[in-house]
Design a binder for this molecule. Structure first.
Ligand code: ADP
Length: 988
């Protein structure tokens, strides 16, 4: 089909892709490119880009015009479109046409005005961060008036739009104005911090304020709150780096991110937005990470591009009942300027790029994110959540950098639309755990013992990837070392350990009563439990004296150390909060299990929270089981927020764990056993029902295809609850009804803890499955956790999971003995030649192994030679994928020798491996001799004419080969044409 026709046919899709976000940015980027290519004249541009007209109308105008301009312009339009929206589906995908490419024009132009046009896309990019400076130069040189500046800087424009308006204005001012702008950009390209960039010396009052702000932040952030009640531990002494990753794959970013990368430009996906999300599970270290950033900034050790940093806690913002202006929010919640408040605030408004806001725990805010209430005026008062949402969106104080932390479940697409990037905080790495434990214990001997005990209990080691659990385990080292090997398996076990630890250390009571420790402290547990339970239902994490009183919490209960004093500097009233949110959930679970005041429907409703969320309904169900006073306190019409669901899920996980047979002795004298039995039955029923629901959602398999289940959110949570119960019969029962051939759990946030639970449950499956865990954080510890279910796996997909040779060593030592195990995919991990000896052994021993995919790792010719040893002895392998390694000619030759007589190989990929013609010649022997081969992939190598000649010769003797892929090798266009004519199965 001709591209011109494509513009007509795909009109709806194109318009949708350009306009559906509601922002004009995509359309304007396409226009920039077409202008720079000379495909649109200046007049065309002005006819299309009519300000005030609806975005759709402008886009339609463009399509009309492009169409009338003919085939070439349409081709370039598609090329520009693809560049701006590379992922847009269904646009320009026809096999013919669309072959035009957009290239930046050479920088030789007769005039500066022309350069402004031909370089427009890159100039927009360069200008967007420094409009002020460019305008200043234009005003000083007499080209711009202040009215021109105002027009450019209209607050409704995004920084990119401001840059375009500036360029448009400059064009109308003539050649010398264009020269000023180009000189400004050239000068700016030397890297300087924003502070120097504008040769800015902030006014004295602002500097004084900065000093006050930083010393207050420094004082607030130098100690970790979890250590407050026990030992004072400075953040410097204990802070251990967590693992930071971009949520979206980014080709330019390799290796882990550093702290400052969170705020920096690395991995930016949406240049229009200023908000970064750091997401991670509860206890994953989000607050601590922000605390570290704050401290480093306050000391002048990081983030020095920002003059002022304003830290907010959403938990504390919840208690702000008043409507505030932005100025009041900043000054009252962070730091009060002693003088000249107005001037300082004006400075903040005028220099947004020098300001950093952090908002910790968006998931704890009572209100879910919404963009309904727009607020653009910085002096207008509004409820704090409205201020916060408008800051995040950039309708208020555009240009200020914001870092927001949240649990992943609590943020939806509406919020993500406003993000410039998302960074995942994935807890401690194995070496991070080591480092943390050593920092925690000044006595190296104790640290070594703790680490040794973790090494012997890998389920517990898996749990320690979560910093909060690592802290508990390390804190309770005496109990840890005192209890039997392997007795700590679940998260509930760990929280019970700290419960006992605190009671035994804080209590002055000598246990002369002969009661078990829990019985002795039952009243404290129930008081704190009620406080926690009611708090979760009301999204309340900070408790007043009255709240404590209502729940019967006494001074003695407080002294046990589970509560800490809240450091709310805005309201000076005394408040308390649990040491950590997960601790609050644990106490809520204890209350549900032990109290005789909870409703019979509490447990079923607790497990239904998931259902409510998945159905997309707003749930008021749980509020119904709150005491009536709390129901009344909740503003009418306000529903359970998405942010509350994760709390109930954590609580439900603890309830499952607490009701495990293993802990029943503990409850023996605390609650009538008939009541306990009933609660256990309730939980078991809920878990079984929950699983059934997931299984029912599996579509019937199409004939000839495998039956596959893609895990829905909540599946992994149910699996974890079953694991917490540690009762084989429950796991067996759940799995007996699962009948699938393939279980897909990609992008499900699966780390070592989830692997432990999965293996525990999946080992009860009746028939073998393919287990697809691509794009998670399994790591070596997770791989080890999966071993118990390997006998029931026929294929394992672990693409992009941070696995090293050590993980592979352990995995293959197990799977080599598993009859069912036939396929493995390990694309994009950290594998080196050191792992190939294990694969070689696997290939030698397992004569039913079918598929080995090791793409995008670090294998060289040495690894390929080692693999070849195994391949020589193997008579079953059909698929071998080594895309994106570095095996070179020597590696290709070794593989070719090993595979040339294979009777099973169907598919071989050596794409992007530095293979030249020598390698291709060797590979031609496979084509010559191997009768099973159908596809050979050699794209992105260095093969020249002589190599391809040999491949063609070999293909003449082989009718089975369907295609040999040779795109992007060292061949001229003429050679490609000629070869194509000679052998149609070659694909270039
Ligand atoms: P989140 O905000 O994700 O729920 P926190 O930052 O509150 O998690 O972490 C919980 C606890 O785990 C902290 O109080 C601290 O004891 C420990 N912790 C978290 N991150 C770190 C870290 N980077 N270094 C040392 N300890 C940490």
């Amino acid at each position: 089909m001709f591209v011109q026709e494509l513009v007509l046919r795909q009109r709806t899709e194109i318009l949708n892709a350009l306009c559906s976000s509601g922002s004009a940015e995509h359309l304007e980027q396409v226009l920039d490119i077409l202008l720079s290519q000379g495909e649109l004249t200046w007049e065309d541009y002005q006819n299309i880009q009519v300000s005030g007209r609806a975005l759709h109308c402008n886009a339609r105008k463009l399509l009309d015009l492009v169409y009338t301009k003919g085939e070439d312009t349409c081709g370039l339009f598609f090329a520009a479109f693809k560049r701006v929206l590379p992922d847009a589906k269904g646009v320009g995908t026809s096999s013919s046409g669309c072959s035009s490419t957009v290239e930046e024009k050479e920088e030789h132009h007769s005039t500066c005005t022309e350069t402004l046009l031909t370089q427009r896309p890159s100039l927009v990019e360069k200008l967007q961060g420094c409009i002020d400076g460019a305008l200043e130069d234009l005003v000083t040189s007499g080209h711009f008036t202040s009215a021109d500046c105002c027009e450019v800087q209209l607050p409704i424009h995004t920084p990119c739009q401001q840059a375009r308006r500036l360029l448009d204005h400059v064009r109308s001012k003539g050649e010398s104005a264009a020269k000023v702008v180009l000189q400004f950009i050239q000068h700016k390209q030397e890297p300087v911090s924003p502070l120097n960039q504008e040769k800015l010396t902030p006014p004295k009052e602002v500097l004084k304020y900065q000093k006050k702000l930083s010393s207050s932040i420094s004082a607030q952030s130098c100690f970790l709150s979890t250590y407050g009640g026990t030992s004072h531990m400075s953040l410097d002494d204990i802070y251990t780096d967590g693992q930071l990753e971009l949520a979206h794959n980014c080709v330019d970013v390799h290796g882990p991110l550093g702290l400052e990368d969170i705020v920096g430009a690395v991995g930016t996906e949406n240049k229009e937005a200023d908000t970064v999300l750091v997401s991670g599970e509860a206890g994953g270290g989000k607050s601590t990470l922000l605390q570290r950033l704050h401290l480093l900034w306050a000391r002048g050790a990081a983030l020095q591009d920002f003059l002022l940093l304003f830290p907010f806690s959403c938990r504390r913002l919840n208690s702000e009942q008043r409507e505030l202006s932005l100025q009041e929010l900043l000054f009252q919640h962070c730091c009060w300027p002693d003088r000249q408040q107005e001037e300082i605030f004006q400075f903040i408004l005028d220099h947004p790029h020098l300001i950093l806001f952090t908002f910790d725990g968006l998931d704890e805010l009572k209100q879910s994110f919404s963009d309904e209430h727009r607020l653009c005026c910085p002096t207008q008062r509004a409820p704090v959540h409205i201020l916060l949402f408008n800051l995040i969106q950039g309708s208020l104080m555009k240009g200020v950098r914001k870092v927001v932390t949240s649990r992943p479940e609590a943020v939806g697409p509406l919020f993500k639309k406003h993000l410039c990037k998302e960074v995942l905080l994935k807890g401690f790495s194995p070496s991070g755990i080591d480092c943390f434990v050593r920092k925690h214990h000044s006595d190296a001997h104790v640290a070594a013992k703790v680490l040794e005990s973790l090494r012997t209990n890998t389920a517990l080691l898996g749990l320690c990837h979560s910093p909060v659990l690592c802290w508990i385990v390390s804190q309770c080292h005496k109990e840890l070392l005192g209890c039997g090997e392997g007795s700590l398996q679940t998260i509930t076990d760990v929280y019970l350990m700290i419960l006992q630890h605190f009671f035994q250390h804080k209590s002055s009571l000598k246990n002369i009563t002969g009661l078990c420790w829990l019985q002795q402290h039952l009243q404290t547990v129930l008081h704190l439990g009620k406080l926690a339970f009611d708090g979760i239902g009301a999204t309340c994490y900070i408790f007043s004296g009255t709240d404590l009183e209502t729940c019967g919490v006494t001074e003695k209960d407080i002294c046990m150390g589970f509560l800490m004093q809240s450091k709310d500097i805005s309201t000076h009233a005394k408040g308390y909060e649990f040491l950590h949110l997960t601790m609050q959930c644990f106490f809520a679970a204890l209350y549900i299990v032990l109290s005789d005041n909870t409703d019979r429907s509490t447990i079923p409703k607790l497990f239904e929270t998931q259902k409510m969320k998945e159905a997309g309904q707003s749930s008021r169900c749980f509020i119904a089981c709150l005491p009536s006073t709390d129901q009344q306190q909740r503003p009418s019409g306000e529903e359970t927020t998405a942010a509350e669901m994760p709390n109930w899920q954590i609580t439900a996980t603890f309830v499952s764990g607490l009701l495990s047979q293993r802990h029943r002795n503990l409850w023996l004298h605390c609650c009538p056993s008939a009541v306990m039995e009933k609660r256990v039955r309730q939980v078991v029923k809920c878990l079984s029902k929950g699983m059934q629901k997931h299984f029912k959602s599996i579509p019937q398999s199409v004939e000839g295809e495998k039956k596959s289940m893609h895990a829905m959110p909540g599946f992994v949570w149910l699996i974890k609850c079953i694991y917490e119960m540690q009762e084989d019969r429950v796991a067996k029962d759940a799995m007996s009804k699962l009948e699938v051939d393939h279980l897909k759990l990609t992008y499900c946030n699966i780390g070592p803890v989830e692997c432990t639970a999965l293996a525990y449950v999946l080992q009860h499956l009746r028939n073998p499955v393919g287990l697809q865990l691509d794009n998670n954080s399994v790591g070596d510890v997770g791989v080890e956790q999966l071993l118990p279910c390997m006998h029931i796996c026929n294929s394992l997909y672990l693409r992009n999971n941070n696995i090293t040779d050590e993980g592979i060593r352990k995995l293959l030592a197990k799977t080599i003995q598993c009859e069912n195990f036939k396929k493995i995919a390990l694309f994009n991990n950290n594998l080196t030649d050191a792992c190939t000896q294990h694969f070689s052994r696997l290939l030698t021993i397992k004569q039913n192994f079918v598929s080995l995919r090791l793409g995008n790792n670090n294998l060289t010719e040495k690894g390929a030679k080692q693999l070849a040893e195994g391949l020589k002895c193997n008579h079953s392998l059909q698929y071998l994928g080594l895309w994106g390694n570095k095996i070179g000619d020597v590696g290709a030759e070794a593989l070719a020798t090993a595979l040339e007589n294979s009777k099973t190989l169907v598919w071989l990929s050596l794409v992007d491996n530095g293979v030249g013609s020598a390698g291709a010649c060797a590979l031609s022997n496979i084509i010559k001799n191997c009768t099973s081969l159908e596809e050979l992939w050699l794209t992105e190598n260095h093969i020249t004419r002589s190599g391809v000649e040999r491949l063609i010769q070999a293909m003449q003797h082989n009718t089975h080969v369907k295609s040999v892929w040779l795109r992007n090798n060292d061949l001229s266009l003429e050679e490609v044409e000629e070869m194509k004519q000679r052998e149609s199965r070659l694909t270039f």
